[in-house]
Structure formats: structure tokens, C-alpha cells
Ligand binder design. Structure first.
Ligand code: AMP
Length: 477
């Protein structure tokens, strides 16, 4: 079955798509088309070249084809910041809609008014317009906007840059409240988010990055681990690397919830970005992180999408992401805005396949950082002197190092025979919590408790050389 057919598109559209030569939907199409067909509002963070135009044009055509035309009342409106973009979108409409009897008017400057007027008088299903020109026609009484059920705001960030937002606001005010709204933007700044909050209702957020390419500004590393030791290794990693704040990604909601609970029990200011939370609640967690009330955000890919996350000092993949795209996307949360970022991925033996895919797609071997559990000395963990907090976001952890340490062995149900000292203690980076040099990583300065762990043993699958085929990421996906 053709990839587009799986998305639930009708035969007339599938035929047009096949004739355009497309066989597989792009990532944004895969995610946006079903959401739009379900009637959801969508915020799509995607640049030109990702196939974003078809991601809204195709489901729009399907929705309109299933409905009934309304005399002289367009049912869909696409707002574009420039004539060029509007013209391209109109071309997409013709291309994909060639087997459907739907009509459009392209309302842009520099085009003969007479043609536009004739079309408007006859009535069309879709208006594709720049905001200024649309308002011109509205003021002349030539367009009626009361029948618009579907609004698309394309390249919202450019609309902002070009000063069109007041016009867009006015136009939105002329539309019915009961409508579906799709907003696309190459970037998701504060302003775009504010627009989305105002115009969209409980939107599905979809973010795609251009094909897998790791940013130069991110130093990433794979940290080998055996599955059952992941939590202890995470503790060791945070301590050794002096990580005081980070975004931690897991592959499932369940793992996010359980890891967050585990961190909070240790007195770590962690909060989950739960996929079931609405965008506003997720944004609130993010704002708390920005204010420093939350030190660790634990998230799935889905929960983190569409959020305006400026720059994370460190990204940790608690699980190896399933696709190279997700890997690049996750670690792209750090190393932004001219800063250097660090990204660590905990890799268990069962994740070897995903590791190989990432290295193939990005065309490079990711350096391995071997941290044995023995290297998490007890002194780094300050025993809890206050009851564990069930909720987080309140007081920040006091500087570490004040209390004397009393190592307590335990494995906290992670099932490991390995014991990181003071598991019941508060996990805090060392007071001097600075990053240690590569050289110093190989040796543990102190060893306070008997530890059974990986030691010098590195699982063999991680020592194997991975053939690096210089694949373009698009081929790998
Ligand atoms: P856009 O991001 O909408 O500007 O689209 C970028 C280019 O990708 C356009 O030339 C489209 O014709 C093309 N395109 C859109 N969807 C697909 C697809 N599924 N497969 C291949 N090319 C596509």
C-alpha cells in the first residue's frame, strides 16, 4: 500500500500524488495529514522543503471534497506572507486537486483585479491570499468570510517579521469561531507561540527538522550501560559531568513518569513533560525550568515538540531514540545561539540497532564515554536531611557538599546487582561541580563503598566498528 493511502486520503488525491511522483509522505505529512483529517488544530514547525505545503493542502482538499459548496462563500482560507508563497500554494492546490471539482481564487498584489473579481463574483471554495490584498477585497464587499471552516496561516514567523500580524488578527476576527485552524512556522519563538495560543484550540504540535545533521556546536557521546543499570549510570553521569540541569528524553510516557518519580524521590528538582498534558501545562513546566525552579525536564519526543525551548545546557537521552531524526532533533535542543552544548545517550545492549542507524544516517561515529559505576563515589551524594518532596518546583537544592556523606547501598528496584552508594541520599552534583577533563574521567579518585558494576568491562557490541556509509539522511529515513 502506498504510504499516502495509509494516511486515509481518497482515491482522487492518491492519483494526483502518484502523478506528481511522490511515493512516501514526508515526516510532517505523516503526522499532520491524519491530525487535520481528524479535525484537530495543528501547529506545524517546519521549514520550506519539508513538504509542509502538501501537509495542509491535501487534507484540506479532502475535507472540502467531502463537504458541500456554499454559494459565494469560501470554505477555506490560506494566508501567506508573500505573493510568491501564495502562488506556490495555489500551484499545489491545482496539482493535488486536479481530480476534484474544487475552485480557488488567488488574491495577491500585482495580479489583474478584473480576473480576481470575476472569480469572487462566481464564488470559490478556497481563498489563497496575502493579508493586505484580502482585506482590500473585503472592504470592497467582494469577499464574505462567514463560511470559512478551515484557516491556514502559513509562515507565521514571516508574517510577524513583515508586520502583518494586525491584518491577520483583523481577518481572524471576521471568521466564524467554530473553525479549524492550522498554523505553520519555520521557527517557534515567543511571538509565534502567543499567536498560536490566541488562534488555535488545543492544537496538535508537530515539529520537524531538516534531514538528520548534527549541529557542529554539540558534543555528543554514547554512554554504554547494561539495561538494568541505567538509573545508577544516570546518577553517575550527572555527578561525574557536573550536570546540574538538563533535558532528559525517554522513549515512552511510562518511562518518563517513572524516571521523574525516581528523581524527585532523590530530591532532584525534576518535572515531566507529559504527552497528555495540554500545551499550556507543558509550557508552564518549561517556564518553571527557565526560572530555575525545575532543574531537570523529563520528556518524550512528542511532549517536547512545539515548545519554545531556547537552549538547554545538556541533553540526556535516557533511551536511544528510535530514529536518527529524533536523535538529531533531541540533541539539537542544546548548543544553540552560539553556545556549545553537550548531549549524552545511555545505550544498553538492546539498543545497538538504533545506535547503528544513527551513526549511518549522520555519517559519523559517535564517541563513546565509558563511565563505570565504580566512578560514582559516595561523597558525591549528599544524604537526605529532609523528607523527600512529593512535588517539585519549590525550594531549590542547597549547594551540595555541606553535609557529611553516609553511604547507603541499594538498587531501588532497578534490579541491578550494582550498588551506587547512598541511593537513599540526595543526588546532587559536587559543590565544585565543574566538568572534569577527559583524562580525569578514566580514574575514580575515591572509592567509598564496595561497588559491583561494569568496571572496565565494555559490552562487546559497543566496541564493534560500525560501517559508516555516507548516507544522506533522507535516504536513511
Ligand atoms: P514544501 O516544503 O511544501 O515547500 O515542499 C518542498 C518540495 O517537496 C516541493 O517541491 C514539493 O513538490 C515536494 N514534495 C512534497 N511532498 C513530497 C513527497 N511526499 N515526496 C517527495 N516530494 C515532495
Amino acid at each position: 500500500m502506498n504510504g499516502f493511502a495509509r494516511l486515509g486520503l481518497r482515491e482522487e488525491l492518491l492519483r494526483a500524488i502518484a502523478e506528481a511522483g511522490y511515493t512516501e509522505p514526508t515526516p510532517i505529512q505523516q503526522r499532520a495529514i491524519p491530525a487535520v483529517l481528524e479535525g484537530r488544530d495543528v501547529i506545524g514547525i517546519a521549514q520550506t522543503g519539508t513538504g509542509k505545503t502538501a501537509s495542509f493542502t491535501l487534507p484540506m482538499l479532502q475535507i472540502l471534497a467531502a463537504g458541500r459548496s456554499r454559494a459565494r462563500m469560501p470554505r477555506a482560507l490560506i494566508l501567506s506572507p508573500t505573493r510568491e508563497l501564495a502562488t506556490q500554494t495555489a500551484h499545489n492546490f491545482d496539482l493535488y486537486g486536479k481530480y476534484l471539482a474544487l475552485t480557488k481564487a488567488l488574491l495577491i498584489g500585482g495580479v489583474g483585479m478584473a480576473d480576481q473579481e470575476r472569480l469572487l463574483d462566481r464564488g470559490v471554495d478556497v481563498l489563497i491570499a496575502t493579508p493586505g490584498r484580502l482585506l482590500d477585497w473585503f472592504e470592497r464587499g467582494k469577499v464574505l468570510l462567514g463560511g470559512v471552516q478551515l484557516l491556514v496561516i502559513d509562515e507565521a514567523d514571516r508574517m510577524l517579521d513583515m508586520g502583518f500580524i494586525p491584518d491577520v488578527e483583523r481577518i481572524v476576527g471576521l471568521l466564524p469561531n467554530r473553525r479549524q485552524t492550522l498554523l505553520f512556522s519555520a521557527t517557534m519563538g515567543r511571538e509565534v507561540r502567543r499567536l498560536a495560543d490566541r488562534f488555535l484550540r488545543d492544537p496538535v504540535a508537530i515539529e520537524v527538522t531538516p534531514p538528520a545533521r548534527k549541529a557542529e556546536s554539540v558534543d555528543d557521546a554514547f554512554v554504554p550501560v547494561t539495561g538494568r543499570d541505567k538509573r545508577q549510570l544516570l546518577e553517575a553521569l550527572l555527578t561525574r559531568e557536573g550536570i546540574e540541569t538538563a533535558m532528559i528524553f525517554c522513549n515512552t510516557k511510562r518511562e518518563v513518569a517513572s524516571l521523574t518519580r525516581w528523581l524527585v524521590r532523590r530530591g532532584v528538582d525534576a518535572r515531566e513533560l507529559h504527552g497528555d498534558l495540554e500545551q499550556t501545562a507543558r509550557q508552564a513546566a518549561l517556564d518553571a525550568f527557565r526560572r530555575g525552579e525545575v532543574k531537570f525536564l523529563v520528556a518524550t519526543d512528542v511532549a517536547a515538540r512545539g515548545l519554545d525551548i531556547d537552549d538547554m545546557p545538556v541533553v540526556i537521552n535516557y533511551d536511544v531514540p528510535h530514529t536518527p531524526d529524533d536523535y538529531v532533533h533531541r540533541i539539537g535542543r542544546t548548543g544553540r545561539a552560539g553556545r556549545r552544548g553537550r548531549a549524552f545517550t545511555l545505550v544498553s545492549e538492546t539498543e545497538a540497532r538504533a545506535v547503528a542507524a544513527i551513526e549511518r544516517a549522520t555519517g559519523r561515529a559517535v564517541p563513546r564515554l565509558d563511565i563505570s559505576l565504580e566512578e560514582a563515589p559516595a561523597e558525591r551524594f549528599v544524604p537526605r536531611t529532609e523528607p523527600a518532596r512529593a512535588s517539585i518546583g519549590g525550594r531549590r537544592a542547597r549547594a551540595a557538599g555541606a553535609a557529611a556523606s553516609t553511604p547507603v547501598g541499594g538498587s531501588d528496584g532497578a534490579g541491578s546487582g550494582a550498588k551506587v552508594a547512598a541511593n537513599e541520599g540526595k543526588l546532587r552534583p559536587r559543590a565544585e561541580g565543574t566538568r572534569r577533563s577527559e583524562a580525569s574521567r578514566t580514574q575514580s579518585p575515591e572509592r567509598a563503598a564496595p561497588v559491583v558494576g561494569l568496571g572496565d568491562h565494555v559490552p562487546r557490541f559497543l566496541m564493534r566498528e560500525v560501517p559508516l556509509r555516507k548516507l544522506a539522511s533522507s535516504e536513511a529515513e
